[in-house]
Ligand binder design. Structure first.
Ligand code: MN
Ligand code: MN
Ligand code: MN
Length: 277
């Protein structure tokens, strides 16, 4: 294992995490971390609160995001760090992403209807309320309609990634996401390259994205096994990418991953700063 002083991958209640940005920063502090990067999915909504909490706690704050995008026909995740949070193009892209959630919900319902499963988008909206429409909401309507036995069953039969009723959450390509982060003065890192079930492979992904201007890659992650980690260290060397890492923390209740369960030495933050505009 490497020296863990900075956790560069954590989520909060601003995306699908369970704890507020302030609570996550306090957890990072309790765990002895010297720096933390907030990387909520497709939102920068938690950054201001986290920055203030880091200042109070006396730890280094790194702004971040985990962008959902498409690469080689699949959803992949690109981490962005140290960008200008007021950048207009990035803000517009995140706003489009929010709008896309509703359109995507309609697409999934249309696919289900085409498969002979009669549910209506209004029923999905009734369940999602003010939250962005997601697959779990569609799954719950499928359960209520009797089409499937459980939410798990709905995912297994219809809603899994690239399944018969799946629609992608993002219409942004990975090179576009990288370009947005770089144009906002930030540094882009390929998130958990071995966790896309082999399609695309880490090798393909990194080859394509290094060409697109990615400067870093997430090597250190709780779900990367020792052999996978070594494979990624070698890939990072080959393409001269900065090794990033973090816990991908979502909640104390899920699976026992806590802030600092994976991460990088503090020098990594300085290397990223040197690359940021
Ligand atoms: Mn998540
Ligand atoms: Mn991810
Ligand atoms: Mn994540």
């Amino acid at each position: 294992m490497n020296r863990v002083e900075a956790d560069l991958h954590v989520h909060t209640s601003c995306s699908d995490g369970a704890h507020t940005p302030e609570a996550v920063v306090l957890l990072a502090k309790e765990r002895g971390l010297a720096a933390v990067a907030l990387t909520d999915h497709d939102t920068i909504g938690g950054l201001a609160e986290a920055r203030a909490a880091c200042e109070r706690a006396g730890i280094v704050f790194v702004n971040g995001i985990e962008m959902t995008c498409r690469c080689e026909g699949r959803d992949v995740h690109i981490l962005g760090y140290l960008f200008d949070e007021a950048n207009a193009a990035l803000g517009a892209s995140l706003a489009r992403f929010r709008d896309r959630r509703e359109e995507r919900g309609r697409e999934m319902v249309a696919k289900l209807n085409a498969l002979g499963v009669e549910i209506a988008f209004d029923e999905v909206k009734k369940i999602s309320g003010n939250a962005p429409v997601g697959r779990p909401h569609v799954a719950r309507v499928l359960v209520a309609s009797g089409a499937v036995k459980s939410v798990d069953d709905a995912f297994r039969r219809y809603l899994y990634d690239d399944g018969p009723a799946f629609a992608p959450a993002s219409t942004l390509s990975a090179p576009e996401a990288i370009a947005l982060i770089r144009a906002a003065g930030g540094v882009a890192s390929v998130a958990h390259p071995v966790l896309y079930r082999g399609r695309p492979s880490a090798e393909t992904l990194v080859e394509v994205l290094a060409d697109a201007g990615v400067a870093a890659m997430e090597v250190w992650h709780p779900k990367h096994g020792p052999e996978e980690t070594q494979r990624l260290i070698d890939l990072a060397k080959k393409y001269r990418l900065v090794e990033t890492g973090g816990s991908d923390f979502h909640a104390l209740a899920y699976g026992g991953v806590a802030p600092g369960d994976a991460g990088v030495p503090l020098e990594t933050v300085e290397r990223l700063r040197a690359l940021a505009a």
